[in-house]
Design a protein around this ligand. Structure first.
Ligand code: GRF
Length: 201
């Protein structure tokens, strides 16, 4: 069973979606370790409840490369072959990404390249977009800029607040992320430039 490492900073609802999919044999792999840079992130509690090793690594007062090196070491110790960022609020260094080429995924609450960075749902609402959504993408050195694996649109309603739009996007995220992980682990894809293409489709 392929082993997955999940990096988190917060409540971990996407982590939960991955854990649930693994339990339902729908992920194509198992979550082998969860690492948080925030000690009281609820995501760590979710990992413990699922009997998955839950590690806190403090990034404060450390150079980025130094912190990233430790994260990479822990991931290698747990023999992961895929890394999922799930609300992990830190950029990863080039050195880290070079250790896991094409094997780091992220989920973002907008249709990239629209609204990268923080508060994507608020950005969409304030921009006046009529459609937003969720994107799972491979991570590169840029900000939410790697090749798109899966995307799904969510309409922006006139009655929406940041909270209501975020909640509808989150439902989509929870469906999309396990599907994307499964695609990556099954391996039936190729990258042509930025384009993630399924083999035989
Ligand atoms: C999600 O909206 C995700 O798209 C973004 O951060 C949020 C994390 O939420 N990257 P959770 O911690 O998974 O509940």
């Amino acid at each position: 069973m392929p082993r997955i490492g999940v990096l988190v900073s917060g409540r971990g609802s996407n982590l939960q979606a991955l854990l649930d999919a693994a339990t339902a044999n729908a992920l194509g792999g198992a979550v082998a370790v969860v690492i948080s840079n925030i000690e009281d992130a609820f995501a760590l509690e979710r990992a413990r409840r699922a009997s998955v090793p839950a590690l806190f690594l403090d990034h404060r007062g450390r150079a980025r490369e130094d912190f990233d090196r430790e994260v990479a070491e822990r991931l290698r110790e747990h023999e992961v072959e895929l890394i999922c960022l799930a609300g992990f609020l830190r950029r990863l260094s080039a050195a880290f990404l070079a250790e896991f080429p094409g094997r780091v995924l992220n989920i973002h609450p907008s249709l990239l390249p629209a609204f990268p960075g923080l508060a994507a749902q608020r950005q969409a609402l304030e921009y006046g977009a009529k459609v937003s959504g969720a994107t799972v993408h491979l991570v590169d050195e840029g900000l939410d800029s790697g090749p798109v694996v899966l995307q799904e649109a969510v309409p922006v309603l006139e009655s929406d607040t940041v909270e209501s739009l975020s909640a509808r996007i989150l439902e989509v995220e929870h469906r999309l992320y396990p599907r994307a992980v499964r695609l990556l682990l099954e391996g039936g894809y190729r990258l042509e430039g930025r384009r993630f293409m399924l083999e035989g489709v």
